[in-house]
Design a binder for this molecule. Structure first.
Ligand code: ZN
Length: 477
């Protein structure tokens, strides 16, 4: 265990180190694939639990589809295969024989699911049909980074079919809103929701909605997306139904996904020089109790009190752990749990017990005078819960301030372009809608992250013709 690289000057190294030292991931012998270790998987389970409720509230039911998809399925929708072809992993052999038709390891499941929809949807009474799958997918990425971009990742993918375009569009936007709530309420990560430009759309979509966040190094991270698919998609798989007037129609479909990248967003939004900071609502351990003692007599008294305290917290629904390891010092324990970002530490020793109190330590507070506060053992559970709420809100507020501080109004690309790569940050500017002007941003290593609702700029950042929408420009992961 060594000191972490400087988070301000060497963010990329800090990220790689902190996830190793805190035992979130480990490298695997498979190129570009990472092992998600128990502590990180527990974060994913907490996210899953909350998101699954939201997905069911959207009307979707969980199901599971095959990992392997006949190669011909992906070729049915022209834009889809064009977009995904470079990223596909293809199985050519099975049981020692060359397969008659190669099988693609799913990069996403639209093709398989629409094939099944063509069997399940025959009448307008079958609509809407809303299915969700929790699964792994594989995309052959060349440059990988744990959680942010890896060959294999975990996600949920929602797929729905509707009678009208309006209903499908509302569904795609409702899914996006659920994701926004997930990020802001549970992960304490403020986000910007908007529409992608046509060149950044999902392969085969009419409209792609996105959620973008700002990481501590000033780079944007696309958090998740939701798509209103073109009708060519269901049409390619003969998804048709008989409407109430007897005519045959093609439904309107949506798809939307939320991935383990969200864990990367949490690390890059909240972490500090001492390690991770887990937002309480998804933290695997919300409070860790560190018993402090010197003599065997003290040990017996303190451990007994710590166990009782842990019980009291558990009864109030707090995810708590007592660090009973007698081979390490309290100082080493503080370091260990701070690195892992446990939001609240409770220190208890003989003097505290004599005073009927314990010390509550706030992981995110940097001011030493405010970091520790005594709490009476009579109300320790309430005090811990209140502190967890303070930290959850504090993390969100701090990240929001950072986003506001790094959000710049910009006019001409020639003026703000150089700053995209050197200073990073978010740049709001006008855009004429042309792909040529959009491509100019790439010369500065930036991209249009999304179109914004707010309109402050009258002319395009490049050609200076009339702007159709403000856009958010940034360098992204
Ligand atoms: Zn332009």
């Amino acid at each position: 265990m060594s000191k972490l690289p400087d988070i301000k000057t060497n963010f990329a190294e800090w990220y790689q180190e902190v996830i190793q030292q805190a035992q979130l991931v480990d490298a695997s012998p498979t190129r570009g694939c990472f092992v998600i270790r128990p502590y990180a998987y527990a974060v994913w389970e907490n996210i899953q639990q909350e998101l699954d409720k939201k997905i069911k509230d959207l009307g979707a039911s969980n199901a599971y589809f095959p990992l392997l998809i006949p190669e011909s399925f992906l070729k049915k929708e022209a834009k889809h295969i064009e977009g995904f072809a470079p990223e596909l992993a293809v199985v050519t052999h099975g049981g020692g024989k060359v397969l008659e038709e190669p099988l693609v390891v799913r990069p996403t499941s639209e093709t398989m699911i629409y094939y099944m929809f063509s069997k399940w949807i025959t009448s307008w009474r079958d609509l809407p049909l809303s299915i969700n799958q929790w699964a792994n997918v594989v995309r052959w990425e060349m440059r990988t980074r744990p959680f942010v971009r890896s060959l294999e990742f975990l996600w949920q993918e929602g797929h729905t079919a509707h009678r009208t375009k309006e209903e499908a569009s509302a569904m795609a936007q409702a899914a996006l809103q659920a994701y926004k709530d997930m990020y802001e309420y549970y992960l304490a990560v403020p986000v910007i929701a908007g529409e992608k430009s046509p060149t950044e759309r999902f392969a085969g979509a009419d409209t792609t909605y996105t959620i973008e966040g700002l990481m501590q190094d000033g780079k944007a991270l696309q958090m998740c997306t939701s798509h209103l698919l073109a009708q060519s998609f269901p049409a390619s798989f003969d998804v048709q139904y008989q409407d109430s007037d007897g005519s045959m129609k093609t439904p309107y479909c949506t798809s939307w996904g939320f991935t383990t990248r969200s864990i990367g967003a949490v690390i890059m939004t909240h972490g500090d020089q001492d390690g991770l900071i887990m937002p309480p609502r998804i933290a695997p351990i919300q409070a860790v109790i560190v018993p402090i003692f010197k003599t065997p007599e003290e040990q017996a008294i303190v451990l007994e009190k710590a166990a009782a305290l842990s019980q009291a917290l558990k009864q109030q629904g707090v995810r708590v752990k007592v660090d009973t390891d007698v081979t390490t010092t309290p100082g080493a324990k503080f370091f260990h749990w701070e690195l892992r970002g446990v939001p609240v530490r409770i220190e208890i020793g003989p003097k505290d017990i004599a005073n009927n109190q314990a010390m509550l330590v706030n992981r995110m507070e940097m001011d030493k005078a405010k970091k520790k506060t005594p709490a009476s053992l009579d109300v320790i559970a309430q005090a811990t819960i209140a502190l967890l709420d303070t930290i959850q809100q504090g993390l969100y507020d701090r990240a929001l301030r950072r986003m506001q501080d790094n959000w710049h109004q910009a006019d001409k690309l020639a003026d703000f372009g150089p700053a995209i790569d050197t200073k990073n940050g978010l740049y709001q500017a006008g855009w004429c809608g042309s792909a040529d002007c959009e491509a100019k941003v790439k010369e500065y290593k930036g991209t249009i992250r999304c179109l914004l609702q707010e309109k402050k700029h009258a002319v395009c950042f490049h050609c200076t013709s009339q702007s159709i929408s403000d856009v958010l420009v940034a360098k992204a992961y």
